[in-house]
Design a protein around this ligand. Structure first.
Ligand code: MN
Length: 228
């Protein structure tokens, strides 16, 4: 082992339901526009265009129900409630039929978005990174092992201050979880520790400091954070 010239970065981790062990996070991949009604509200055609991806840094995760600070440089912070897939076994060119064997577990996640920066980037053809991959942009709930979870269907919902703002069903994903894993593994070699945020249903909107966001995915769990 070489000696580091600066302190090594801490390993980002996700807590696991019913366990003191934690899941080390390697990379966070996010699927864009994977529910038809959300594609329409973002001004896109929801026909099955190939899935596309952006990323967040691993240390963007916010866990344990911790508060999320309102980020700098934005006046339009949007919530995007999503199912998160945690990869336990890596691979490239994974067949759809084998994809679920690569999943360690699932959790709820929020793909928090500086929509004003993302929209400006879209308009100028520039990268989305500063709209999507900023500090503490990915609050996540407890990870649950995949065994016994059927993530092909089930309600997904988000409330802000107790009012339902996003509600849909995992069965409405344009690209299913096995299809996303197979497609993404043709672009990069997936590795243990990778997370995939699978896209948000319709109803995205701005949040303000003081808002409490509470979401759940049926059969998976819950997520809660307060914007401060
Ligand atoms: Mn998203």
């Amino acid at each position: 082992m070489p000696e580091y010239v600066i302190p090594a970065p801490p390993q980002a981790v996700l807590p696991i339901k019913g366990s003191d062990a934690v899941f080390p996070v390697r990379r966070i991949f996010c699927v864009g526009r994977n529910y038809a009604e959300h594609a329409i509200e973002m001004g896109s055609d929801p026909t099955r265009e190939p899935p596309f991806y952006f990323t967040k840094p691993a240390d963007a995760v916010v866990t344990g129900g911790a508060d999320m600070p309102y980020p700098p440089a934005s006046k339009e912070l949007h919530h995007e409630m999503e199912l998160v897939v945690a990869i336990g076994v890596g691979g490239a060119n994974i067949p759809v039929a084998d994809a679920l064997k690569h999943v360690w577990g699932y959790c709820c996640g929020l793909d928090m978005t500086r929509r004003d920066l993302q929209n400006a980037a879209k308009k100028t053809g520039r990268p989305w990174d500063m709209g999507k991959g900023f500090d503490q942009s990915a609050p996540m709930g407890l990870l649950v092992p995949a065994a016994g979870v059927d993530a092909s269907k089930g309600k997904i919902e988000l409330t802000v201050n107790g009012k339902v703002v996003q509600t849909s069903d995992l069965s409405k994903l344009i690209w299913s979880i096995p299809e996303v894993i197979a497609n993404l593994s043709e672009l990069v070699t997936l590795a243990p520790g990778d997370l995939i945020m699978t896209g948000t249903p319709e109803g995205v909107a701005a949040v303000q400091k003081g808002d409490v966001l509470e979401g759940f995915v049926e059969g998976v769990g819950t997520i809660k954070t307060k914007i401060v």
